[in-house]
Design a protein around this ligand. Structure first.
Ligand code: ADP
Length: 210
């Protein structure tokens, strides 16, 4: 290898070490209405992360009328989950792209089932992603319903009607809260109280992340 080639290699290696040291990767976990979206935007800006919201990706696909959107709409409108194989493939593609660009990520709304969490672990080892912090936000169910009904009135989101909200919370208890148990077993989880002032919740997250 010539001098220039060697220099490029040393630079590339240092660059990738530098990147993996400073890239923060986060999973923001919690029930519908707990404030993941709001906190995700703040964390994205603070740590310069790519915010990957599966809900936003699916809503954009529905709006654009793509095959994914047409498939997803029926599940979303009923408050159910889009099938694992659809959403896992989608997240994998986005993470592959992020890695190529050397960006840290913030996952919001994924994983939502244990199968998704297991698939994500495989993607992490495939892409050699070392450190991932899990922040789990929580709030009492009454508060979640109140917030979601209010958001429905303001945003006009088609799945923020009272009946669909109840269904989404049920789906959360049945299919998503086992993900928390899964992570409690295999990874360390930063639990944060999602009740209170938005700025205070952001400070709590920063404190727990150190
Ligand atoms: P919220 O957290 O307020 O319920 P999201 O915007 O995260 O809303 O998701 C909206 C809907 O999109 C979900 O109810 C579900 O139908 C679908 N969805 C989002 N993420 C996933 C996922 N990881 N797996 C399956 N379905 C998903």
């Amino acid at each position: 290898m010539g001098h220039t080639g060697l220099c490029i290699r040393i630079f590339a290696e240092n660059f990738s070490i530098h990147n993996s040291q400073f890239n923060m990767n986060l999973i923001l976990f919690g029930p519908p209405g707990v404030g993941k979206g709001t906190q995700a935007e703040r964390l994205r800006d603070h740590y310069h992360l790519h915010h990957i919201s599966t809900g936003d990706i699916l809503r954009a696909a529905v709006k654009a009328g793509t095959p994914l959107g047409l498939e997803a709409k029926k599940y979303m409108d009923s408050g159910g989950l889009v099938p694992d194989e659809v959403i896992i493939g989608l997240v994998r593609e986005v993470l592959l792209r992020d890695q190529a660009e050397g960006k840290g990520f913030l996952l919001d709304g994924f994983p939502r089932t244990v199968a998704q969490a297991e698939a994500l672990e495989k993607i992490f080892s495939e892409l050699a992603i070392p450190d991932v912090h899990i922040v789990s936000l929580d709030a009492p169910e009454d508060e979640l319903v109140t917030r979601l009904v209010k958001r429905g009135l303001e945003s006009g989101r088609s799945d923020d009607t009272e009946e669909t909200i109840r269904r989404r919370l049920e789906v959360y208890h049945d299919q998503t809260s086992p993900v928390q148990e899964y992570y409690n077993k295999y990874r360390s989880v930063h639990s944060v109280d999602g009740l209170g002032d938005i700025d205070e919740i952001t400070r709590r997250i920063h404190r727990t992340l150190g």
